[in-house]
Design a protein around this ligand. Sequence first.
Ligand code: NAD
Length: 254
Amino acid sequence: MDLGLSGRSALVTAASRGLGRACAEALIGEGANVFISSRDEASIASTAKQIKAAGWLAADVSKPGEPEALVEAATTRLRGLDVLVVNAGGPPPGTFQTTPIEQWEVAFELTLMSAVRLIRAGLPHLKRSDQGRIVCITSISVRQPIPNIALSNAMRAAVTGLAKTLSRELAPDRITVNCLAPDSILTDRIRQIAAASGTDPDERVKEMAAHAPMGRLGDPAEFGAACAFLCSKQAGYISGQTIGVDGGALLGVH
Ligand code: NAD
């Protein structure tokens, strides 16, 4: 199937590895010109070379001013923008009672305000596209809060509300706005969680896979493919949705 992404301009944030990188690779595989960014200059430069990105910039999306400068650099390089994939690292773990109050401000900037700033800056460009697409990477936690990640549970729900609001507001501009909600996709984040468990990380990953409904963890490429589809011309009538990429892990019906 030709997804109508050839020659399209895309910006993917937090893309040096993991799910962001997988989205960038899938879009590049469909012929899109993709600009990528993440915090660390050496990692993003190296990933850009490996995946043949159209451009890159080191940017911390949690710092006011950096998302705006990133969009400016990307749209100048790409001469416009059709696709914006909003991603950032997850906020630190902890229960509500163990989370210091200052961490709420940090998570607010990292998870919610990064999306607000990126989308605000990207909108004038996306409005000029005839295939405008916004995809926010959230988590299964927006439907099934996960114990011990209070900040993520709260802030990703806010991103979901933002995306739903925007889907109606931007419908007249033919811009679709959707969220992808991953669970247990084998990236460095999952490896780090395994390493922090106190048991052998490889054994912990095997254990996580054994407990997953499909008896395995997700492949980042499967997540990237879902992202490419949401950005396709065929997905033009899908908006305001949260699509789970979780191997059937969600227990609820919605
Ligand atoms: P990862 O740790 O493998 O990669 C995170 C990427 O984000 C890296 O490129 C890192 O450099 C970048 N990054 C982190 N903070 C940033 C910042 N402030 N500014 C710019 N770049 C930043 O993680 P992942 O597994 O790819 O997850 C991506 C997102 O999806 C995270 O928010 C994670 O919490 C969420 N998530 C992942 C899963 C999963 O199964 N992997 C499940 C639920 C939620």
